[in-house]
Design a protein around this ligand. Structure first.
Ligand code: SF4
Ligand code: SF4
Ligand code: FES
Length: 345
C-alpha cells in the first residue's frame, strides 16, 4: 500500500523546525512504527524516533498522530492509507523535544522516582512465615495500575501539566496508586500525605484525556480518583479539592444536585466567601447563579440517596468505592441495549 505521512522535524541544537511530507510503499499490515522505519531506511536516515520491542511492551515509541498521543507500534496504517488521509506525526506533548519525534524523558522519570515506586517496609509478616497472600478484591483495586509501561502518552495529553509543569501527572500518580493500594506497603499514609500536597492529586482537572489516550487501559484518571478517595477516607482532606469532593458527596445525597452556589462558603469558609461576594453578585445579576434558597431538590433525589446508602452499606470506602470508567460505560451501554430490568435480573 502507498502511505503518505507528514512529520514535524525539529533540531533542538539549531532550533530548525519543518513539516515534511514522505510517501512510501509499505505492506498492508504495517504499523506507524514500520512506516517510520521504512522512511528512515529508504528516504531519510536522519529521521529520529525511539523504538525497541515493537509489541507494545517497552513504552519507547510514544508520539503524536494528528495531535493525539499514540504508541507507533500499536497503530495500524491500512485504514488511514486507504482513506487517503495524510496524518501529521509529531513528538509527544508536555516534554521537551530533543530531535524530531524524540523527547527528553528526564522530567517524566524524575516524577516517577518521586513517587517511591517500590514497596516500603513495615507491613505485618504472616504468622505462618509463608508468603503474604493478597485478596482478590485488593488486587482488583490496583490491577489496572500495574499495566503501565511508562510510555508517557497520558502525560503528553495532560491539561493540568500544560498549566503547571510541576504537576505530578497521570503516570506518576497512577504508579502511586499501585503502591497505596498494595496492602503490603508500609507507607500508605505518608504516600497519601505526599501525593495530596501541592502539584498533587487535587490539581488534576478531570479532563479524562489520559484515560482516552492510554494504550494499555491503565485509566490514570481513575487511579487519581482512587487516591483522592483513599486520602479522604484517612482524613487527609486539607486541600480545597478534597473539601470540594466531600461537599459534592453531601450535596448529591441531600438534594441530588451539585449545589455549586454553596461550594465556596462550605469549602473555603465564610471569610473567603464574603471576600468573593462582589464577584458572586455579578454572576447572579447575569443569571449565572441559581438562588441558594430554597435549595433545588432533584425530582429523583431518592435514587441519589439510595446510591449513597448502598455505597455505605457495602462498606466501599476509599478506592473500593470508585467505579472504573469502563465499568460505568459498560453499564450505560448495557442499559441502552437491553433495558434496566435486564441488568437487575
Ligand atoms: S484527567 Fe487529570 S491527570 Fe488526566 S489528563 Fe486530565 S488533567 Fe491530566
Ligand atoms: S498510564 Fe498508560 S499512557 Fe500513561 S505511561 Fe502508563 S501506559 Fe503509558
Ligand atoms: S516499540 Fe516498544 S512499545 Fe512500541
Amino acid at each position: 500500500m502507498q502511505v503518505a505521512l507528514k512529520i514535524w522535524r525539529f533540531d533542538s541544537r539549531s532550533g530548525e523546525r519543518a513539516l515534511k511530507e514522505y510517501e512510501i510503499d509499505a505492506p498492508e499490515w504495517a504499523t506507524l512504527l514500520d512506516c517510520l522505519d521504512i522512511v528512515k531506511d529508504q528516504v531519510d536516515g536522519t529521521l529520529s524516533f525511539r523504538k525497541s520491542c515493537r509489541m507494545m511492551i517497552c513504552g519507547s515509541c510514544g508520539m503524536r498522530m494528528d495531535g493525539a498521543a499514540v504508541l507507533a507500534c500499536k497503530t495500524r496504517m491500512y485504514e488511514i492509507a486507504e482513506s487517503g488521509h495524510v496524518p501529521v506525526i509529531s513528538a509527544m506533548g508536555n516534554l521537551p523535544i530533543v530531535k524530531d519525534l524524540v523527547v527528553d524523558m528526564e522530567p517524566f522519570w524524575t516524577k516517577l522516582k518521586a513517587m517511591k515506586p517500590y514497596l516500603q517496609p513495615g507491613y505485618e509478616q504472616p504468622e505462618d512465615g509463608r508468603e503474604y497472600q493478597i485478596s482478590q478484591a485488593d488486587m482488583n483495586a490496583i490491577q489496572k495500575e500495574e499495566l503501565c509501561i511508562n510510555c508517557g502518552c497520558c502525560v503528553s495529553e495532560c491539561n493540568a501539566m500544560e498549566s503547571d509543569p510541576e504537576f505530578l501527572g497521570p503516570q506518576a500518580l497512577a504508579k502511586g496508586m499501585r503502591f497505596v493500594g498494595d496492602p503490603r506497603d508500609g507507607a500508605t499514609v505518608e504516600r497519601l500525605e505526599q501525593y495530596s500536597g501541592e502539584h498533587g492529586i487535587w490539581e488534576c482537572t478531570r479532563c479524562y484525556f489520559c484515560n482516552e489516550r492510554c494504550p494499555k487501559g491503565v485509566d490514570p484518571r481513575d487511579a487519581i480518583a482512587k487516591l483522592g478517595a483513599e486520602a479522604i477516607s484517612r482524613g487527609i482532606d486539607r486541600d480545597l479539592g478534597a473539601r470540594h469532593a466531600k461537599w459534592f458527596v453531601k450535596s448529591a445525597k441531600t438534594t441530588g444536585w451539585l449545589r455549586e452556589t454553596e461550594l465556596v462558603p462550605k469549602t473555603q469558609g465564610v471569610v473567603s466567601a464574603i471576600s468573593q461576594m462582589k464577584f458572586a453578585m455579578n454572576l447572579a445579576r447575569h443569571g449565572k447563579v441559581p438562588p441558594p434558597f430554597p435549595p433545588h431538590v432533584a425530582r429523583d433525589v431518592k435514587e441519589s440517596r439510595k446510591l449513597h446508602d448502598l455505597v455505605r452499606e457495602q462498606d466501599r470506602g476509599g478506592a473500593q468505592g470508585i467505579v472504573q470508567t469502563e465499568k460505568a460505560l459498560g453499564r450505560i451501554e448495557f442499559i441502552r441495549d437491553h433495558g434496566a430490568s435486564e441488568l437487575e435480573s
